[in-house]
Design a protein around this ligand. Structure first.
Ligand SMILES: [Zn+2]
Length: 172
């Protein structure tokens, strides 16, 4: 597995254990080149999903991309990462069990909103506020950029300056 920090191909597995009630294997990895640590998950994939976007474009469903957009919505919120992983697994399983290969992007958004509403009100509102715009005119793909610029704007309001918060977040 390629190191996400330095792109070295030599990461080593330090620890491997069942996760999400046995639905996944969680591996802690260590990069000998830069010392970076990261986690990977191994899961069953029942079928290949294609996301049908508002624009009519079709792209392969990307769980990591979904995870990133959700991570922005829950940033600095007290949400248990395990519960978040379970929520995502549940969404993916529901999508897979629809029996359709193509999934409308707004259906994915609906599922995420439902899941976040249970986990954290603030994360839900963050996601939903962007999602409403997306339903009117935008594409699900823009969600990531929308949420992150919104976050940056609010952080600047709080601190009065744009500091190097992203780096601090990454080392959490
Ligand atoms: Zn590395």
């Amino acid at each position: 597995m390629r190191c996400p920090y330095c792109s070295s191909h030599d990461s080593q597995v330090k620890d491997s254990r069942p996760s999400e009630d046995g639905a996944a294997i969680r591996r802690r990895r260590h990069c000998p080149d830069c010392g970076g640590r990261f986690t990977t998950f191994e899961r069953v994939q029942l079928r290949e999903l294609i996301v049908l976007k508002k624009s009519g474009k079709r792209v392969p469903f990307d769980r990591d991309k979904l995870a990133r957009s959700i991570a922005i919505a829950v940033r600095k919120r007290p949400v248990d990462p395990e519960r978040l992983e379970r929520m995502m697994s549940s969404i993916v399983r529901q999508l897979e069990s629809l029996g359709e290969t193509e999934i409308a992007s707004d259906l994915i958004g609906e599922h995420v909103m439902e899941g976040l509403r249970v986990l954290d009100d603030v994360a839900y509102v963050r996601f939903a506020s962007v999602y409403r715009n997306f339903r009117e005119a935008r594409d699900f793909e823009e969600l990531l950029g929308e949420l992150s610029s919104e976050e940056e704007a609010s952080r600047e309001d709080e601190s009065g300056a744009s500091s190097d918060n992203d780096r601090a977040d990454a080392s959490d």
